[in-house]
Design a protein around this ligand. Structure first.
Ligand SMILES: Cc1cc2nc3c(=O)[nH]c(=O)nc-3n(C[C@H](O)[C@H](O)[C@H](O)COP(=O)(O)O)c2cc1C
Length: 329
């Protein structure tokens, strides 16, 4: 199944191609307006009759030290000169939470999954009454227990290997748990279906996750070089090099895994917690870097297995992974 990939890579074409090929595609609602999400849902439906999901950011109010964020802004002055743009306004936003919930309740995709936290039981039950399956991404056994208590239908178990933001409920500093131990630990606390995510980009990777207790697996980085993905050219080019990945708060104020680059190197040590404030603060810099093709200034989200990503249509990759999975079992 395709993982939700907000910030460009997820497109309606990718979601539809994954679902149409027998996988399960996602519309990534994060950072988009409700109208854009509605348009994307319609586009997926115009291309495939098959089921798909919509992923929404749960709006947590995490620690955001305004002084620390202002101090961080001061360390970014050289970046504003480099790219010739001003910093963005660091602010909190619920990313259109209420309106996006209303939208999915109306549109009724097969699944709605949540990142960064779990809605209360009442919201989960309301979506389920709309005949929508509710999934929640978890990064610890304790988060899994919270989501189970809220009544969700399945858990997306995201390991430390995963590209993009760690979906932890509290953006903890604790050492993130790798997918294999996490699957085993979460399986001990629930019988719910588990969707494994993080560092999976081959049929053998899927087989390993299934053997460790997962019911299905999500591939994120492994789909980012497909023609259907909206991954920027500079981001695609960075996938062809061989730099290591690292976790950083430098771009968004929330821990996320990306390919190590200049911006990460220069700013990781000063970056405070503060999501989504820091996301908005650095957004103009990242947009300018992307526009000028400067991979050194972009958040190059990628999981630890990103070097396995291949340039091929999503359907071809899914067929290849299915064959590898059959051979491995
Ligand atoms: C570019 C990018 C954007 C992402 N955006 C989202 C998102 O909007 N919602 C979400 O739940 N997870 C998001 N993730 C995490 C993925 O859904 C998934 O957990 C991760 O890609 C799995 O690891 P992999 O990249 O090694 O396959 C994102 C990951 C990447 C690489």
């Amino acid at each position: 199944m395709g993982a939700p990939l907000a910030g460009g890579p997820s497109t309606p074409e990718l979601a539809a191609a994954v679902s149409e090929a027998g996988g399960f595609g996602f519309v990534a609602a994060g950072y988009k307006s409700v109208a854009e999400v509605a348009r994307e849902i319609a586009e997926v439906r115009a291309t495939t009759q098959r089921p798909f999901g919509v992923n929404i950011f749960f709006p947590t109010r995490l620690e955001a030290d305004e002084e620390a964020i202002s101090a961080y802004a001061e360390t970014l002055v050289a970046e504003t000169e480099r790219y010739g743009v001003a910093l963005g306004e660091p602010c909190w936003s619920d990313d259109g939470w209420g309106a996006k919930l209303e939208l999915v309740a109306r549109e009724r995709p097969a699944v709605v999954s949540f990142a960064f936290g779990c809605p209360e039981a009442q919201v989960v039950a309301w979506l389920q009454e709309c005949k929508i399956e509710v999934w929640c991404t978890v990064t610890t056994p304790a988060e899994a227990q919270t989501a189970v208590a809220a009544g969700v239908d399945a858990l997306v178990v995201q390991g430390a290997e995963a590209g993009g933001h760690q979906s932890s409920f509290d953006d903890t500093d604790a050492s993130p748990i790798g997918l294999l131990p996490l699957l085993q630990l979460v399986r001990r606390v629930t019988d719910l279906p588990l969707v494994a995510a993080g560092g999976i980009a081959s049929g053998t990777g899927v087989a390993a996750a299934l053997a460790a207790g997962a019911t299905a697996a999500q591939v994120g980085s492994g789909l980012m070089l497909t023609p259907e993905a909206g991954t920027s050219e500079a981001h695609r080019a960075a996938f062809a090099a061989d730099a290591p990945t690292a976790l950083t708060r430098a771009f968004t104020g929330r821990r996320a895994r990306g390919i190590a680059n200049r911006f990460m190197h220069d700013h990781d040590a000063h970056a405070p917690k503060g999501y989504p404030h820091v996301h908005y603060l650095t957004a103009p810099l990242r947009a300018a870097a992307r526009a000028s093709g400067d991979a050194g200034g972009i958040n190059l989200w990628a999981g630890q297995a990103y070097r396995l990503s291949q340039v091929a249509p999503a359907a071809e990759l899914i067929e290849r992974w299915a064959a590898e999975l059959s051979a491995a079992r």
